[in-house]
Design a protein around this ligand. Structure first.
Ligand code: UT7
Length: 329
């Protein structure tokens, strides 16, 4: 019997229509287009005024089902990566299944911040590889504006809202997820955190007054860890699989900062043309960045292309996925 791998057979993204540009932000906080562009590469981001993460996810999933000609009732499992769930519980995956008619699916949320999509993709792939399921949807979604402090210029300029979803199906041609390396280090948790609203600091008047329900980031610390570890793990997955820079067709990096992306590409020996970049349009959408990249670049991808997906985020969490693209669009 041939080995079954989990192939991505479709990808769809969704970003809200409303654009918040660097110039718009400079009217809210003391910042400038020059600062944001030179430090991060971001020019604008999309924001959702009304609606929840499940609405962003539902728009992506509805598009995905349509373009892959898949009935919602045929989906077995949904794994949804997010740090901005609709509610602490029930899970946003549950809400999403209800909103999109995926009546026969079960699902759950996965928290791994900016590494959420690669954690979820690697997990979802297991259910296909074992032969247990035929159709698994993996979603990366965040409505970051729901936890942004528009008095904190160091964080509110970085993030945006968006969602992306992929369909995983069995493949017997050796295409799809080939390998992954996933890591975490909880000792870095204080550097990138939403401090309140969970069981450690339940919501109270104090937590609200102290603005503890918003994202807190020590940017410099996170940058230091991210720039080293994202580059290291990407090089490590290449070595582990005997891939040279010529073998890699695309780096799909988490979109947190253009300088971190450049460092990762350099460490892998990849030229700019092989690096997916859309940070200028969407900012950092946390779990959304990787599927949004795949969506934006889908029509440039060819069957058999070698992709390395790579991310770093709060936790700390980080890792890389090596996959072979399974279709021509
Ligand atoms: O996605 C999950 C993982 N997250 C990341 O990978 C993010 C990693 N970190 C970063 O990308 C960068 O640290 C940032 C883009 C967040 C910040 O860039 P930085 O070069 O590390 O700046 P900084 O935080 O050290 O701040 C430098 C200066 C400070 O002023 P002083 O103290 O030097 O006078 C800040 O107050 O820039 C100031 N600053 C700003 N100025 C204008 C901070 N935010 C802004 C702003 N506009 N928006």
């Amino acid at each position: 019997m041939k080995k079954i791998t989990a192939a991505i057979t479709g990808v769809q993204g969704y970003v809200p229509e409303e654009v918040l540009s660097n110039a718009d932000l400079s009217k809210i906080v003391d910042t400038s287009d020059e600062w944001i562009t030179s430090r991060t590469g971001i020019k604008e981001r999309r924001i959702l005024r009304n609606g929840a993460s499940s609405d962003l996810a539902a728009a992506a999933v509805e598009g995905l089902l349509k373009k892959t000609n898949t009935s919602p009732e045929d989906i077995d499992l949904v794994i949804l990566a997010t740090v901005t769930p609709d509610y602490p519980f029930p899970s946003t995956a549950n809400v999403l299944c209800d909103k999109t008619g995926m009546k026969n699916a079960w699902g759950y949320d996965l928290i791994a911040a900016c590494s959420g999509f690669i954690y979820a993709l690697s997990t979802g792939a297991q259910f296909i590889e074992t032969g247990r399921y035929k159709k698994v949807i993996v979603v990366g979604v965040d409505k970051m504006t729901s936890i942004l402090d528009y008095e904190d210029r160091a964080t509110c300029v970085i993030f945006g809202d968006g969602a992306g979803a992929v369909l995983l199906e069995p493949n017997e041609e050796g295409l799809g997820v080939i390998d992954f390396i996933l890591r975490s280090d909880g000792s870095g948790r204080q550097y990138l955190i939403q401090p309140a609203g969970g069981s450690a600091n339940p919501a109270s008047i104090e937590t609200v007054e102290n603005r503890m329900h918003f994202v807190k980031q020590e940017g410099k610390q996170v940058f230091k860890f991210a720039v080293t570890n994202m580059a290291e793990v990407s090089a490590e997955i290449m070595e582990k699989n005997n891939l040279t820079s010529d073998d890699v067709d695309w780096l799909v990096p988490h979109q947190a900062n253009l300088r971190i992306i450049d460092a990762t590409a350099n460490r892998m020996g990849l030229p700019k043309e092989k690096v997916m970049i859309n940070i200028q349009k969407y900012g950092n959408t946390t779990a959304g960045t990787l599927p949004l990249c795949l969506w934006d670049y889908e029509n440039q991808l060819k069957k058999g292309d070698t992709l390395i997906l790579s991310a770093f985020g709060g936790g700390f969490t980080w890792g890389a996925v090596y996959l072979k693209w399974a279709y021509n669009s």
